[in-house]
Ligand binder design. Structure first.
Ligand code: M6R
Length: 605
């Protein structure tokens, strides 16, 4: 949460800094700010709201200076206001910060006691004061960063400029993502590669405790023990460099349309073209008695859905835990358990803490992540990259189906390793299921106009209920989350069989009930549950396939989703649910990519 960028080069940087944080808006958009060093002074502009507000300000009143820092904020300490917007400037230093300083209260009291005064409610201003004091006493910004870091509890990525040196930027991080990059005559820092991708060819990912001094064309990195180190450099990825939404109305819609391409990419990467073998690092899980899957939000629903696959295909008992619960529960863990953590960002605080908990008791974890240089990818024993490319929409779409694909392939490979399925069955699953998935998504996207017509009627509803059975139950929860998240309609997903155990009381005349009901062994049961709701006034909308549509239409509105093998169905239905949410949010006039109160990377508990 919060995005930071820093740049130094041979021309004024303010405008490029604003472009950089614009590309990081998925990390927060409550307020934004930029500061540069010029003529021995730190100058800044700050604005409440999305980065576009700061852009107007900087365009109207340009900022001079060849070195600077910028920030887009997701408020934690203090409301979204100009005073709380970063950069925070105290004496000789300007600071941007992503993360949380847990002992900020205590540090603030200490600073108040020596006469320091505060302009904001943020934890970051405390850091700026400490850095100013440290710089005053030691005169060396790198030493000051070191000294202050030892006093801070929590996680952080910090960028700093100092008024006395217009030719340098400084940075440090602990459990917060930070990348740096150098080009001839320039240097950059950012929360992730996408912010600076238009300016650089390659980036270095800093490690926990690193400090960096950036000068034009040169970066010096010191590790926690003060040794000069060279962190590995990697090229900027195509998806990081992509500029915008192209022909689409939002990043979310663009990402919905990218799903077939992502799934094809995964297929090519996970399945060996020559031998037909699935190549994923799941071997150590094969002899375990139970799998523990853990994640947050949409990634948690991917885990809940995958449980059906691990149990059915691989015969592995499975438990699925919200990471925020697992980490605080004293869970019964043993070496007979295999642990899988799923995350788009790879930096969600609770999932990372749960992964660390598991690794700390000597278990080896598998991380299924989209951001491959994330903390989870670095700290897990095994990693599967979901290869979805940068996901900018706050509402996860392509990352979700990519997680499902990685989990399905893992379940098939585990089934083979455990002797539950023979090699020829694996081949059939690859040919008859995995290969059909991208096409299933393409055909579902083709239903967009019909889904839009329905979704427009949802936008004005006070609530909506999603139901499903089997793998369609987690999908119901995911569909409800998507709708809540961007259309602000109160939605809940229920197991269809649970309606009569309480949720039916919510049904009033016209309450929308969206049923995910492929024509499978549970179809009739799901339909009975929908009928029970309809009998009490609900307005059903049934997503089913060609075999189910006749029956479904007798109960209410219904739509044919492409008929695909059972294991491929969730990909098609997930796409339909994403489109419903997107169209409902658009009909409500909401900013689909910047839903209120949210940010994409949740690095706070
Ligand atoms: O990066 P992660 O997958 O760990 O993020 C977990 C959740 O914050 C995330 O899935 C969230 O629920 C999405 N915004 C849902 O669309």
């Amino acid at each position: 949460m919060c995005g930071i960028v820093g740049m130094i080069n041979g021309h004024p940087v303010a405008s490029d800094l604003v472009s950089g944080i614009q590309r990081l808006e998925y990390r927060g958009y409550d307020s934004a700010g930029v500061a540069t060093v010029d003529g021995g002074q730190i100058r800044r502009r700050r604005a409440v709201g999305p980065v576009s507000a700061l852009r107007s300000l900087v365009d109207q009143v340009p900022l001079p200076g060849h070195a600077g820092i910028a920030h887009t904020r997701w408020a934690t300490h203090g409301a979204p206001s100009e005073a709380n917007a970063h950069p925070h400037v105290v004496g000789a230093v300007g600071v941007v910060h992503n993360g949380i300083i847990e002992n900020h209260d205590e540090l603030r009291d200490e600073l108040l006691a020596i006469g320091r005064t505060f302009e904001s409610q943020t934890d970051t201003e405390v850091v700026a004061h400490l850095l100013d004091l440290a710089l005053e006493s030691c005169g060396d910004p790198m030493m000051a960063l070191r000294e202050v870091s030892t006093r801070l509890e929590g996680s952080f990525a910090i960028g700093m400029i100092v008024s006395s040196d217009p030719d340098a930027l400084y940075a440090t991080c602990r459990n917060g993502p930070l990348v740096v990059a150098q080009e001839p005559g320039a240097a950059y820092l950012a929360s992730d590669g996408s912010a600076i991708a238009p300016f650089v060819d390659a980036i270095q990912v800093l490690e926990c405790g690193d400090r960096a001094e950036l000068r034009r064309g040169h970066i010096r990195v010191l590790d926690e023990r003060d040794r000069e180190v060279e962190r590995p450099t990697r090229s900027v990825r195509e998806s990081e460099a992509e500029a915008g939404m192209g022909e689409f109305p939002s990043f979310m819609m663009k990402e919905i349309h990218e799903q077939p391409e992502v799934l094809e990419r995964q297929l090519a990467a996970y399945v060996d073209g020559a031998t037909g073998a699935i190549r994923l690092p799941v071997e150590t899980l094969a002899d375990k008695d139970q799998l523990i899957l853990s994640a947050c939000g949409t990634s948690y629903y991917a885990c809940l859905l995958a449980r059906y696959w691990f149990e059915e295909i691989a015969g592995m008992p499975c438990r699925v835990d919200l990471a925020s619960e697992l980490r605080y529960r004293n869970p019964a863990l043993s070496d007979r358990h295999g642990a899988i953590f799923v995350s788009q960002s790879g930096e969600t605080a609770d999932t990372l803490a749960a992964l660390r908990l598991v690794e700390s008791v000597g278990m080896r974890s598998l991380a299924i992540v989209n951001v491959e240089e994330s903390a989870m990818a670095r700290e897990a024993s095994f990693v599967i990259g979901t290869l979805a490319g940068t996901e900018r929409g706050v509402a996860s779409t392509k990352a979700f189906t990519a997680q499902l694909f990685a989990l399905l392939c893992s379940a098939i490979e585990l089934g083979r390793l455990r002797g539950r399925i023979a090699d020829d069955e694996v081949q059939s699953l690859i040919n008859e299921v995995l290969h059909t998935i991208p096409q299933a998504v393409i055909l579902t996207i083709a239903c967009s106009a019909r889904l839009q017509a329905y979704a427009e009627s949802l936008a004005s509803q006070p609530r909506a209920i999603f139901v499903g059975r089997g793998p369609s139950f987690p999908l119901a929860m995911e569909g409800a989350l998507k709708l809540k998240e961007i259309a602000y309609v109160h939605a809940e997903g229920f197991a269809a069989g649970e309606l009569k155990h309480g949720p039916l009381a919510l049904i009033e005349e016209g309450t929308p009930v969206i049923a995910i009901a492929p024509h499978d062994a549970l179809f009739e049961k799901s339909l009975s549950n929908v009928q029970e709701a309809a009998a009490r006034g609900a307005a059903p909308f049934i997503l089913t396939d060609a075999d189910g549509i006749g029956r479904a239409l007798k109960l209410g509105d219904a739509l044919v989703i492409p008929q695909v093998p059972a294991l491929a169905q969730p990909f098609a239905y997930a796409t339909a649910l994403q489109l419903i949410a997107h169209h409902a949010a658009t009909a409500a006039g909401n900013d689909v990519d910047r839903p209120r109160n949210l940010a994409k990377s949740v690095t706070v508990e």
